[in-house]
Design a protein. Structure first.
Ligand code: FAD
Length: 360
């Protein structure tokens, strides 16, 4: 979808009055978009309020993923969504040996014990978000609208506009929601406490993508998979597109290990592990998720309690069935994954449609 279409959507909103919808979804990550998609197709009026100037949240980059990359066998919601949206997928490249880089030096592990079978989305996972929004009616999606307040009677305020909804869906990490949005005072204290202490999945991660002219490591019999105790990248994988085009390696680093000259260290590591042909990447992209205002509240990456994922407080809507939690962190299964974000959306949609039937 073009930027100009978003602009015309924004332009259609009159700031002097509240806009009424049946469902207001806060957050245009994959979970919020999946909720909106299913409710629109069920005939409800929906608006999606998104803080950033783009959709997708932790799905970022095309075709080189700077957020999520993979889905795994058995993640049937992701598989069904790719099929419905006619999005091409391909198998993660795993052929060849893996590397281990530690103080003893570089060792080659035959048969790549690092990568498990997984799949990727042609064009990057952000293609899922783009394809979902392409089907939305004009005016549904409101970009650059950070929500800062939800009142007890479900008025939703951004800096420029107000909305009134019968249901509100909080489709962003719970810890970020309690940090950045003034929530209705009637919400149970336990819910607020659990939300504030629910970690943001991958909120402490830095994803680094090194884009090359060709996947030269494959010709050396290497899978591109590696573990390193010396860093700064702790874990690396082949990130090339279908057929090796575009060619790329990616790695994860800890946010705590970032410093001003980190790119120099990363380039040295790539040469140490993959040889001199790694010395001339076309580009090195560094995405530090811990610094993303609309993903993690300051300091939240240190939250340690992943048992809060899928907590029972998220499974029932609050405020007499009208306020719902729908990010991947709220899913009892596959929490953290795209599949978890879709599972949370599924629960939210069932709850809203069930409530609608029983009240009509
Ligand atoms: C580096 C990295 C690698 C990953 N790898 C994988 C992988 O390989 N496979 C996998 O399955 N998962 C992976 N994940 C996780 C996956 O990206 C997430 O599970 C999924 O994208 C979460 O979607 P979501 O909709 O729940 O949340 P988000 O994507 O975080 O969406 C929340 C949305 O809310 C918006 N927002 C925030 N605050 C406000 C506000 N006040 N008002 C309005 N809007 C707001 C945000 O801008 C964002 O668009 C990875 C994540 C990262 C960061």
């Amino acid at each position: 979808m073009s930027e100009s279409r978003y602009d015309s959507i924004r332009g259609s909103v009159n700031s002097n009055k509240s806009h009424c919808v049946e469902v207001a979804v806060i957050g245009a990550g994959i979970s919020g978009l999946a909720v909106a998609d299913q409710l629109i197709r069920a005939g409800l009026s929906v608006c999606v309020l998104e803080a950033r100037a783009r959709v997708g949240g932790r799905l970022l980059g095309s075709p080189l993923d700077l957020g999520a990359s993979w889905y795994w066998p058995g993640e049937h919601r992701v598989i069904a969504l790719t099929q419905r949206l006619a999005i091409d997928t391909f198998e993660q490249y795993r052929t060849g040996d893996a590397l281990i880089d530690d103080m003893a030096g570089l060792q080659r592990y035959p048969g790549n014990p690092i990568d498990v079978p997984s799949y990727r989305i042609a064009g990057g996972t952000s293609a899922l978000a783009a394809a979902l929004t392409a089907e939305f009616p004009l005016g549904t999606l409101q970009l650059q609208q950070p929500v800062h307040e939800i009142t007890s009677d479900l008025h939703i305020a951004t800096r420029e506009h107000r909305w009134q909804a019968h249901h509100v869906v909080i489709a962003l990490p719970p810890a970020l929601a309690v940090h950045s949005i003034t929530l209705p005072p009637e919400l149970p204290a336990e819910l607020i406490d659990v939300a504030a202490r629910t970690p943001v999945w991958m909120g402490d991660s830095v994803k680094v993508v090194a884009h090359f002219k060709e996947p030269f490591w494959r010709r050396d019999g290497l899978a591109g998979a590696a573990m390193s105790r010396r860093g700064p990248l702790a874990e690396l994988h082949d990130m090339s597109g279908p057929g090796g085009e575009p060619a790329a390696l990616f790695g994860f680093a800890r946010a705590a290990s970032m410093h001003a000259d980190i790119e120099i260290d990363i380039r040295e590591q790539l040469i140490r592990m993959f040889g001199t042909r790694a010395s001339e990447p076309l580009e090195v992209l560094i995405q530090d998720w811990s610094r993303e205002q609309w993903t993690v509240p300051p300091g939240t990456y240190v939250l340690p309690d992943y048992a809060k994922f899928g907590h029972r407080v998220y499974q029932q809507p609050a405020l007499a069935g009208r306020l719902h939690w729908s990010s991947t962190e709220t899913a009892p299964t596959y929490a953290g994954h795209i599949e978890g974000a879709l599972a949370a959306a599924e629960r939210t949609v069932a709850s809203i449609l069930g409530n609608r039937v029983s009240t009509t």
